[in-house]
Design a protein around this ligand. Structure first.
Ligand SMILES: Nc1ncnc2c1ncn2[C@@H]1O[C@H](COP(=O)(O)OP(=O)(O)O)[C@@H](O)[C@H]1O
Ligand SMILES: CC(=O)OP(=O)(O)O
Ligand SMILES: [Mg+2]
Length: 388
């Protein structure tokens, strides 16, 4: 019987997954990629590596969680045994800097980090606990978004607060590390010379951040202690004057919980447009507020690219990835046009067709679109942990 690894990437309203067969050559072979939608209309959808639809069905009430996915994998997809499950976990805090076997004590320690990532951590923990209850003997591995940024310098990670707080872990961590690890590996596969360039990767999805890389390692990133900092996001505010938060708390009498809800769920593209936090919807709208939100998103992203280029001491390659980065020619163009002074020159036809390289030959900065694949990184890390 074939052995397989299940990689789970839990997001706000769905769980993306990848299923990989373990080949004897130690390669992982993608068998299926899909999503378990857990919103108002639960649904399981999956495609084979070649894009063939393997499953697309609504799920009924009681049978709508991880159990439905397990059942489909184990009884319908073919005969294979799951030997491990890997999970994306957004916050590893100071303790978790590499993939870890998820024992009950580790799960509790990860749960204690929930205040640092209130939107994300519970969503990762729910399928872990569900799987543990359904398959007591299945080894589970946690793979951390923060881990890739361990290489950032203390100068970059420090906040200018009384110094004891840095030692207590109140510092910049950075997120989207599984995506950045994938992109670093992909650039190296394309060519080691490309991977050696001073690079900024723009992970522009529902959550959005930038990572400055030197030799494929993180040297700076826009997200901080939490996944709120940096760029404007779908519903998150990005960098903001902390005085505004004090004003809300002390002068306007808003509770901490209400403020958290506003910053994570009601701000960003949704807050500015008043229409939606979804870039596709904003691009399709002719409401001027939608246009304003898209322009603002690009303005702030370009500003942060310039800041990270300063940490890098130059900029030779700019990579766009994740939902917006991979698919929105409009946003890429708007960001690149603001960076013309840095020698960034976008090729409009290449950009419109989402080509691999979208810079003009005379651009000082190579601009690329690279599709991310967090699930493959999770699967690889889960396998390595299993072998350790
Ligand atoms: N064709 C497209 N044009 C513009 N934006 C797109 C397109 N496809 C996806 N997006 C945007 O990508 C974002 C979601 O990105 P994704 O990486 O899937 O997010 P997450 O993994 O955080 O849920 C949404 O804002 C969505 O509108
Ligand atoms: C860390 C983060 O923002 O993740 P996501 O993009 O999945 O919301
Ligand atoms: Mg994502």
């Amino acid at each position: 019987m074939r052995h397989a690894i299940l990689a789970l990437n839990a997001g706000s309203s769905s769980i993306k997954f990848g299923l990989y067969d373990l080949e004897t050559s130690s390669e992982l072979q993608l068998v299926s990629r899909g999503a378990l939608d857990l919103g108002d209309a639960p649904r399981l959808s999956a495609k084979a590596a070649d894009g063939t639809v393997q499953c697309d069905r609504p799920l009924a009430g009681d049978n709508a969680g991880i159990g439905a996915l397990l059942h489909w994998i184990e009884s319908e997809l073919g005969s294979r045994k799951l030997v491990s499950a890997g999970h994306r976990i957004v916050h590893g805090g100071r303790e978790f800097v590499e993939p870890v076997r998820l024992t009950p004590a580790v799960i509790e320690a990860i749960d204690r980090l929930t205040p640092l990532a209130p939107l994300h951590q519970p969503r990762s923990l729910a399928p872990i606990r569900e799987l543990a209850a359904l398959r007591r003997d299945l080894p589970q591995v946690g793979c951390f978004d923060t881990a890739f940024h361990q290489t950032i310098d203390p100068m970059v990670s420090r906040f200018a607060l009384p110094r004891k707080y840095d030692a207590e872990g109140i510092r910049r961590y950075g997120f989207h590390g599984l995506s950045y690890e994938y992109i670093a590996g992909r650039l190296n596969e394309i060519s080691p010379a490309l991977a050696a360039k001073l690079t900024i990767v723009a992970h522009l999805g529902n959550g959005a951040s930038l990572c400055a890389m030197r030799d494929g390692r993180s040297v700076d990133t826009t997200m901080g202690f939490s996944a709120l900092d940096g760029l404007v996001m779908g519903t998150r505010c990005g960098a903001i004057d902390p005085g505004v938060l004090l004003y809300f708390l002390l002068e306007r009498g808003i509770t901490g919980e209400a403020l958290q809800h506003m910053l994570y769920e009601k701000s960003g593209l949704l807050g500015i447009s008043g229409i939606s936090g979804d870039m596709r919807m904003l691009e399709a709208s002719d409401d001027p507020r939608a246009r304003e939100a898209v322009d603002f998103f690009a303005f702030r992203a370009a500003r942060e690219v310039a800041a990270l280029a300063n940490t890098l001491g130059g900029l030779e390659c700019l990579v766009f990835t994740a939902g917006i980065g991979e698919h929105s020619a409009l946003v890429r163009k708007a960001i690149c046009e603001r960076l013309r002074w840095l020698g960034v020159a976008i090729d409009e036809p290449a950009n419109a067709s989402h080509a691999g390289i979208i810079s003009r030959p005379d651009s000082k900065v190579e601009i690329r679109v690279v599709a991310t694949d967090e699930e493959s990184v999770i699967a690889r890390q889960a396998r390595m942990q299993g072998n350790a």
